[in-house]
Design a protein around this ligand. Sequence first.
Ligand SMILES: Cc1cc2nc3c(=O)[nH]c(=O)nc-3n(C[C@H](O)[C@H](O)[C@H](O)COP(=O)(O)OP(=O)(O)OC[C@H]3O[C@@H](n4cnc5c(N)ncnc54)[C@H](O)[C@@H]3O)c2cc1C
Length: 359
Amino acid sequence: ADVAGIVSAETAARIDAEATAEPLAWSIGDDVNVGTLVRSRYGEDAVARLVSPMLGGVYSASADSLGLRATVPALAAVFDDLASAEEPVRLSTAVSRLLAEREDAARALAATGEKPAPVFNSFVHGYRALIRALAEDADADIRLNTQVESVSRWRGRFWLEPVGEVDAVVVATPAPTAAVLLGDVAPEAGTLLGGIDLASSVVVGMRFDTDDGLPQNSGVLLGTDAPGVHAKAFTFSSRKWPHLAERGGAFVRASFGTLADASLVDADDRTLIGYAVEDLATVTGFTARPVETFVQRWWGGLPSYGEGHLDRITAVRDVLADSPRVALAGSVLQGVGVPACADSGRDAALKIIDDLSQS
Ligand SMILES: Cc1cc2nc3c(=O)[nH]c(=O)nc-3n(C[C@H](O)[C@H](O)[C@H](O)COP(=O)(O)OP(=O)(O)OC[C@H]3O[C@@H](n4cnc5c(N)ncnc54)[C@H](O)[C@@H]3O)c2cc1C
């Protein structure tokens, strides 16, 4: 019932019927392509209009490029639980169980009188405020605009070209670069990381003098089968962030490009701004013209967590555990969101501290 207005009647019926369909063949620890799974159980609409737009907003990739265990780990865990209890494994059973758990948690929280944490968080002055504070606090020697070309062990320490000699190394670059940089000091980890694809995207930021007619929600995700549009999503930034609304008018961000089709990332600014304005009008009826625009391209900005990603990362971690004073951090590991990246940075620092204390 929740998605009846989005998918076809046939798909809605399939979603209901799945709860009694032939169970999935699932063994504990299995992984599966998300698109293949949802298409086989619910049909194409569910992939194109629900799952790909949602995951695409995070990974810049369609459900067909992503593995379940790394991108929807809670669902993979329920599949494991059902299999271990020798109960039939079905998508609807697992989804219902997750929704019930979420409702229980919300009820338990409400009973304590606490407010739920906001879905979105940001910094009033943007991420630069955080980066600046971290840099000041660390009081480190930070070399900006310096591309490390190689890392090699040298006289019991490391030599970074062109930086020089260092005690330890945390590689926090995109996967293909990490693969190259680790090629000498941890070649097996380098080979494993070399198999991770990167997705590119481009965002068009727009400022309008008015917000009259802009929908009252935080944004829209577009189905991958939506006809006649180029954008994959719009964020109504001034609706999502009260501190932006205070500036007056409206701020809207259009997003384009996926792992499978990055052609728009190379389109010129004029074309992209044109698509952003047209698509916004088509999707929402908001026809104001932007008074200011900004185009930001993110070539290879996000790693794509395909099937088996977590096994690959476990293997990388095993190799690095045996590589003293070398660690890996960032979105390549186990979560592309900033909180997950920050956690991985902390883990890497702890490994290095531990290794240094032993040497
Ligand atoms: C458009 C977009 C929107 C996003 N929105 C959100 C969001 O709303 N919330 C959220 O939590 N996450 C969001 N993310 C995801 C998140 O921003 C990233 O996953 C995260 O910033 C990755 O951090 P990282 O440190 O692993 O990698 P990066 O931020 O990519 O940093 C890698 C760094 O390595 C440097 N580098 C590369 N090669 C070398 C070299 N050879 N030598 C030295 N340095 C090198 C690069 O210059 C870069 O600074 C978004 C991502 C994109 C692309």
